[in-house]
Ligand binder design. Structure first.
Ligand code: KG4
Ligand code: ZN
Length: 354
C-alpha cells in the first residue's frame, strides 16, 4: 500500500509517499518557511497559512515526481491507496490548508483519509529508518518541540498516556525566546547550539525548576537567563530585552548559549530518568520533536539513560515532515483504525495525543 501524507501544522509544508509493503520512503518533500520568519524573529500565523497555500500543491506534485509516480506530466493517483494528514494540534490556519487539501484529494480521487495527531507522528519518526516499532511495550517517549514538552507512556503503538507535561513554555519555545535575547536568529534551537559550540557550559548556573512529579516548567529558566544577561550588561530590570544583544560580547553570547543549552538538557533528562525509575518495566525510550535534533541532548541522553534502548529520529526527521505522518498512518491502518469521513474533518489547535 502507498500512502500520500501531508503535514502543515506550523511553518513547514511537507508531503511524503510511503510504501508500507516495502517499508520504503519513496518521496519526502519539506518546504520550510524559516527564511520568511527569520526577519520577523518568529512565526506569524497568517503569513504561515498563506505560504502553505502557495506551497502545498507544488510540494505534493514534487512528491509524486520524486517517487516516480508522474505519468505524462500528471500525478498517477492509481498508485496511491490512502491519504494521511496532520489535523491537530498546531496553528489553526496552517492546519486548515493541509487538511482541506487532503480531504479534497481524498474525495476527488476516492481514497481513504487518515487524520493523524502531530505528536503521534513525531513519536513514529523514531521508526522511519527501520519501519519497525519496538517489540516490547510499554515504552516512554519524550516529545520536545516548539509547542510541546511531554513524557508519554505508550502501552502499544496506538495507546498513549501523558505522564508529564510543561506547566508553561515548551522547551523549544524557550530556546527560541532566549535566542532572541542573545541576538541569535530564528529558529533559536540550531542557532543556540551553534553558538554554544564556542562557549563554556559551566560558566553560568541556572536553577532547576521545582515542579511536581514528571511535569516541566521552562518560563523560570527563561527569566533566569534574562536577569543574568541584564546583570552582565549592567542594566536594570526595565531595560528592553530586545536591546540587550547590543551590549553582549560574542564570548558572553557563546557562554550563555552553552550554559542555557546544558541546563535545558539536564532538566529534560532529570525528569526522563525519574520516569524510568517509576516505570521500571520500560526498556525503550524515544526522544522526538524539533528539539531532539540537539546534539548535546542526544549525547547526554545516551550517557545518562543506561539500561534502556534510546531511539531518536534519523538526522533530518526531527523537525516537522510528512514521512512521520505517513508512518503513523501506516501504524493506524495496520492496527485496524477506520478512515475518517472526509466531510467531517475536525481541526483542533490543541488536543491530547491519541
Ligand atoms: O517539531 P518542530 O519542528 O515544530 C513543532 O512542532 O513545534 O520543533 C520546532 C522547535 C523550535 O522551537 C526549534 O528552535 C527547535 O525545535 N529546535 C531545536 C533544534 N532544532 C530545532 N532546539 C534545540 N536544538 C536544536 N538543534
Ligand atoms: Zn512538530
Amino acid at each position: 500500500m502507498r500512502i500520500l501524507a501531508i503535514e502543515s501544522s506550523c511553518d513547514e509544508t511537507a508531503a511524503a509517499i510511503y510504501d508500507t509493503k516495502k517499508r520504503k520512503l519513496c518521496a519526502n518533500v519539506v518546504v520550510s518557511q524559516i527564511d520568511i520568519f527569520k526577519s520577523y524573529g518568529g512565526v506569524i500565523p497568517e503569513v504561515a497559512a498563506r505560504s502553505h497555500l502557495e506551497a502545498i500543491l507544488p510540494v505534493i506534485d514534487k512528491a509524486f515526481a520524486d517517487a516516480g509516480l508522474t505519468v505524462a506530466g500528471e500525478n498517477d493517483w492509481a498508485q496511491i491507496d490512502a491519504i494521511a494528514v496532520t489535523h491537530t494540534p498546531g496553528l489553526l490556519g496552517s492546519l486548515l490548508i493541509g487538511t482541506l487539501t487532503a480531504r479534497t484529494l481524498a474525495l476527488v480521487h476516492q481514497k481513504p483519509l487518515y487524520l493523524v495527531h502531530h505528536l503521534k507522528s513525531h513519536i513514529y519518526s523514531c521508526w522511519i529508518e527501520s519501519g519497525e516499532q519496538p517489540e516490547q511495550f510499554p515504552v516512554l517517549a519524550l516529545v520536545v518541540s516548539g509547542g510541546h514538552t511531554q513524557i508519554i507512556k505508550m502501552w502499544s503503538a496506538q495507546k498513549f498516556a501523558v505522564i508529564g507535561t510543561t506547566m508553561d513554555d515548551a522547551v523549544g519555545e524557550c530556546f527560541d525566546k532566549i535566542a532572541k535575547i542573545l541576538g541569535l536568529p530564528y529558529p533559536g534551537g540550531p542557532a543556540i547550539s551553534q553558538a554554544a559550540a564556542r562557549g563554556e557550559r559551566e560558566r553560568y548556573q541556572f536553577p532547576h525548576p521545582k515542579v511536581e512529579g514528571l511535569n516541566f516548567s521552562f518560563s523560570g529558566l527563561k527569566t533566569a537567563v534574562l536577569r543574568l544577561v541584564q546583570k552582565e550588561c549592567g542594566v536594570g530590570l526595565d531595560y528592553p530585552s530586545k536591546d540587550l544583544q547590543k551590549l553582549l560580547q560574542p564570548q558572553q553570547v557563546a557562554d550563555l548559549a552553552a550554559s542555557f543549552e546544558n541546563c535545558a538538557c539536564e532538566i529534560l533528562l532529570e525528569k526522563l530518568q525519574k520516569a524510568l525509575v517509576e516505570n521500571p518495566e520500560v526498556k525503550t525510550v524515544m526522544i522526538a520533536g524539533g528539539v531532539s535534533a540537539n546534539g548535546l541532548l542526544r549525547e547526554k541522553a545516551l550517557a545518562k539513560l543506561r539500561g534502556v534502548t534510546v531511539l531518536f529520529p534519523p538526522r533530518g526527521f526531527s523537525g516537522d515532515n510528512a514521512a512521520m505522518v505517513a508512518l503513523a498512518a501506516a501504524g493506524e491502518i495496520a492496527a485496524g483504525v477506520q478512515p475518517a469521513d472526509p466531510r467531517k474533518v475536525e481541526i483542533l489547535p490543541r488536543s491530547e495525543i491519541r
